[in-house]
Each structure stands twice: as structure tokens, then as C-alpha cells.
Ligand binder design. Structure first.
Ligand code: COA
Length: 259
């Protein structure tokens, strides 16, 4: 697929998408949204891809937010449409059947923090900084940030960060559970790839069910426990479940096909 703002590489069934607007600290403009939307389609449809990483170009920023220069001409209806577009794309990332991990290599502010939070989990380099500074602009997050920040770190701390625009460093982000690991800048991608290479050896349909069931916790219209029963049962209809259990009994390594 053709992208104008993303650099794509695929290695060992892991796609890495690098948002490439370093001169604007990788801020999310219309073109980045178009590309991220298309990226999810590529991840879903390309059978060579088992999992993906989203990161930012350069050593300074993951994504420094929505592109503020595109806000000037928006009226109320336009702003709502922009927030809806952002939320729809980020929901596609969150609900993607294949793991998508944010490798946060610098500032993850505003829409950047929201993008990282829409990913299935986050790894940060030690120079990373997280924050929702929208109140500095007379705004609030619009791409799901008020919801996912509360989900990930709890209401009290989330509200403090949302209302104060305070930025936290990678160490504090890890303490709060916002990121899983903190690495050096040099080892960020290798560390993320290493985690995904382990996940890629597991049964893909079971991995997809983990994502679906975990997301159900935050979906009021779905009974997560009932969904878990369904997904557990569905696994018994897969060749991979037969293979996984058979391989265990035969004391050999399972070979999964995603069927
Ligand atoms: N939207 C548009 N452009 C942005 C941007 C954003 N969210 N964040 C940074 N940029 C641009 C700057 O305007 C600047 O462009 P210029 O060189 O053409 O003037 C360039 O990226 C570099 O940013 P700069 O502010 O000079 O870097 P810095 O190191 O001094 O500060 C930040 C870094 C991240 C602290 C600062 O850029 C910032 O506060 N950005 C906005 C963060 C924000 O409010 N995000 C939420 C948006 S809703």
C-alpha cells in the first residue's frame, strides 16, 4: 500500500510503521489519519503480517499531538467530525485482531498519548514523555484520551493529568501502568520486536480472542464473561487448538497455522 506519512518495513512477520513528520514532531494531521486508517486495513488483510509496531521518526517525538495548525479553520461541527474520525481510527487499532504495540520514542502528547493508549500495549524509551496538554489550548482530548487514560491508570491520576496538563516521564508512566517496559532509545525497537516475536509463535486466533475479550471489559454493551465463554468454545473449533493440545501431549513444539 502507498503511504505519504508512514515508513513501513516488514521483518519476521512484524510490520513497523514509523510516523514520518519529524519536522512537526510527527503531529497527527489529515494525511497521517488517512495513512493510519489504511495501515489497520493492511495489518488485517496481509497474511504475512502477524503483529505490528507504531513508532515515531527521529529521536525527539513519538507524536506531539494532533496537528494544531489544522484547528484554525474548524467550527464546532468540524471539530466534532475530527474527534469522531480520530476515535473511529483509534478504535480500529484497539480492535484489530493482530497485536499492535506502540514503541514510544519521545514525546507522546495529546493525540500522541491517545494513539499510544489505543495500541494493545506500550513500550517506552527512557526519554519518552506522556501527557494530555489540551487544557493549555482550551481543549480536552478528542480521540478517546479521557476514556483510555482513566481505563489505564485510574480516575484520580488520570484527572490530575488531564486537568493539569502535567507531563510524566517514562519511569512514572511505567509506575502508573501506562507502559510495560522502559528501554534505552537504542534498544526500543529491538525490545518491542522481541516481545512480539514471542507472541507471534502463539495461536493467532487465540491471540485475537485475548484482544477481543480484554476489550470487552470496557464495552458496556458486552458481557465480557459471556464473551469469554463464547471465545473459549470457539477455540475448540480451531485446528490450532487441536494442534496445540496434541503437541503438548506429544512433547513437541506446536506449529500453528491460524486456522
Ligand atoms: N501540532 C503542530 N505542530 C507541532 C505540534 C503540534 N501538536 N507539536 C510540535 N509542532 C511543531 C512546532 O510548531 C515546530 O514547528 P516549526 O519548527 O515549524 O515552528 C516543530 O513542531 C518543533 O516543535 P517545537 O515546539 O519547536 O519543539 P520544542 O522542543 O521547543 O517543544 C513540545 C516540544 C512537544 C513541548 C512542543 O512542540 C509542544 O508543546 N507541542 C504541542 C503539544 C500539544 O499541545 N499537543 C496537543 C495538541 S491537541
Amino acid at each position: 500500500m502507498k503511504y505519504t506519512t508512514l515508513q513501513i518495513s516488514i521483518d519476521a512477520n512484524i510490520l513497523t510503521a514509523t510516523i514520518n513528520r519529524p519536522e512537526k514532531l510527527n503531529a497527527l494531521n489529515k494525511d497521517v489519519f488517512t495513512d493510519l486508517d489504511q495501515l489497520v486495513t493492511e495489518i488485517e488483510q496481509n497474511s504475512d503480517i502477524q503483529s505490528a509496531i507504531i513508532t515515531g521518526s527521529g529521536s525527539k517525538a513519538f507524536v506531539a499531538g494532533a496537528d494544531i495548525s489544522e484547528f484554525g479553520h474548524l467550527d464546532k461541527a468540524g471539530a466534532k467530525a475530527l474527534a469522531k474520525r480520530g476515535q473511529d481510527i483509534f478504535a480500529r487499532i484497539e480492535n484489530c485482531k493482530k497485536p499492535i504495540v506502540a514503541a514510544v520514542n519521545g514525546f507522546a502528547l495529546g493525540g500522541g498519548c491517545e494513539l499510544a493508549m489505543a495500541c494493545h500495549f506500550r513500550i517506552a524509551s527512557e526519554n519518552a514523555k506522556f501527557g494530555q496538554p489540551e487544557v493549555n489550548l482550551g481543549l480536552i482530548p478528542g480521540y478517546g484520551g479521557t476514556q483510555r487514560l482513566v481505563q489505564l491508570i485510574g480516575k484520580g491520576k488520570a484527572l490530575e493529568l488531564l486537568m493539569s496538563a502535567h507531563m510524566i516521564d517514562a519511569k512514572e508512566a511505567k509506575e502508573l501502568g501506562l507502559v510495560n517496559y522502559v528501554t534505552t532509545q537504542e534498544t526500543l525497537l529491538a525490545h518491542t520486536q522481541k516481545i512480539l516475536s514471542v507472541i507471534n509463535t502463539k495461536a493467532p486466533l487465540a491471540v485475537a480472542s485475548c484482544i477481543k475479550a480484554a476489550n470487552a471489559v470496557f464495552d458496556e454493551s458486552t458481557n465480557g464473561f459471556a464473551l469469554e465463554i463464547d471465545e473459549f468454545g470457539n477455540c475448540f473449533d480451531t485446528q490450532d487448538m487441536q494442534e496445540g493440545t496434541q503437541a503438548f501431549l506429544e512433547k513437541r513444539k506446536a506449529v500453528f497455522t491460524g486456522k
